[in-house]
Design a protein around this ligand. Sequence first.
Ligand SMILES: Cc1cc2nc3c(=O)[nH]c(=O)nc-3n(C[C@H](O)[C@H](O)[C@H](O)COP(=O)(O)OP(=O)(O)OC[C@H]3O[C@@H](n4cnc5c(N)ncnc54)[C@H](O)[C@@H]3O)c2cc1C
Length: 392
Amino acid sequence: MTADQTHADTLIIGSGMAGYTLARELRTLDPETRITVLSADDGAVYSKPMISNAFKQGKTPDTLVQKSAEQMAAELNIEVRPFNRVHTIDRVAKAVSVEGAEGQGLITYTHLVLAVGANPRPYTVDGSDEVALPAVNSLADYGRWRANLKDGARVLIVGAGLIGVEFANDLAVAGYSVTLVDPAPKPLSRLLPDELGQVMQDALTDQGITFYMGRTIARVAQGSHGNTATLDDGTSIAFDTALTAIGLVANTQLAQSAGLEVGRGIRVDALLRTSDPNVFALGDCAETDAGVLPFILPLMGAARALAKTLMGTPTPLSLPALAVTVKTPALPTVVCPPSPGVEGRWVLEGQGQNRRAVFIGQAGEQLGFALTGSETKARQSLSREMPDLLAA
Ligand SMILES: Cc1cc2nc3c(=O)[nH]c(=O)nc-3n(C[C@H](O)[C@H](O)[C@H](O)COP(=O)(O)OP(=O)(O)OC[C@H]3O[C@@H](n4cnc5c(N)ncnc54)[C@H](O)[C@@H]3O)c2cc1C
């Protein structure tokens, strides 16, 4: 790490992909500007998407780490302060208060950037104070979760969305006995039409995964031979380890207590400026006019645009349509869902695992798509037909 600074030209809170990608982009534009990254965690660089594919790729929590905080600091010539949690932002003094191993301190900034991510949506059910129902949204979460996973364990996954099905596929391949429970009728119900959701369910069932779709958990209990989840229809599921994957909530607490405008995320304009012109936000915590987009591609586009803005060239964020690969080797899948609430209908083609679904709006325009199996090769051509999420 470089010498301790008490002032940064750009002070970034968060060492996830958003924070570090911005630091890298800034350093590319300017070799001198003083950049400090503060992180509540250890500041290690890792690819979060690889967590839900780690068994398949032969990765352990340790080998998922690409660089330590020290290596990142040296490589980018920035200051990184791991285990330094920001408690308050004083927007008048342009300073944040941090607490770390060295005690409390104040750091002043010219520009402040919030890259504080999101938190798993809280999940409680009768009995969950006795039986742990953890979520995994960081490498540290994953390390703790995996340390409690016994060989061949029965794993109960709550939530059959993107993260839930990816973990299910990965764990099944690694020899675990996996059960998925979700109140929706089909897996990936927000991303796929029901027909393709069924194709996904069939492909994962072939991997040995058991589904209870259209069901919720009424209660969980500890027993002498493991835990039990009782569903709303009275079905009883025995399990050793649970994983909840019911979505994320943008981390807005720090921004809100600083008096910044928040909605579903920290509200930002096209320049990624919050309601304070010296404070910016990007990544899973930010809400642009396109909504909260907790994915890698939007945060990379945001980091590139914001770095230019902070270096004196105001650059509005533009985002093409967002196509996301669902990392389920049992059924290669790409989704580019229509915006929530938009009117239209799915038009389906293909058979077996090779399906193409295109969402057509009321004026006949293409507003979304979902592809499985060999049809995933149509990703680029269909992406080109999509309207931008945000036009500059
Ligand atoms: C299992 C999994 C699989 C995924 N797969 C994909 C995929 O295939 N494709 C895709 O596009 N996206 C995927 N995503 C989403 C993607 O990983 C995230 O959008 C991205 O990593 C978010 O990065 P971030 O930097 O915004 O947030 P985070 O990585 O959450 O980083 C937030 C940082 O803020 C710090 N922090 C928070 N509060 C404070 C504070 N008060 N003081 C100091 N520091 C603080 C934290 O310590 C952390 O360093 C996946 C997510 C998960 C969980």
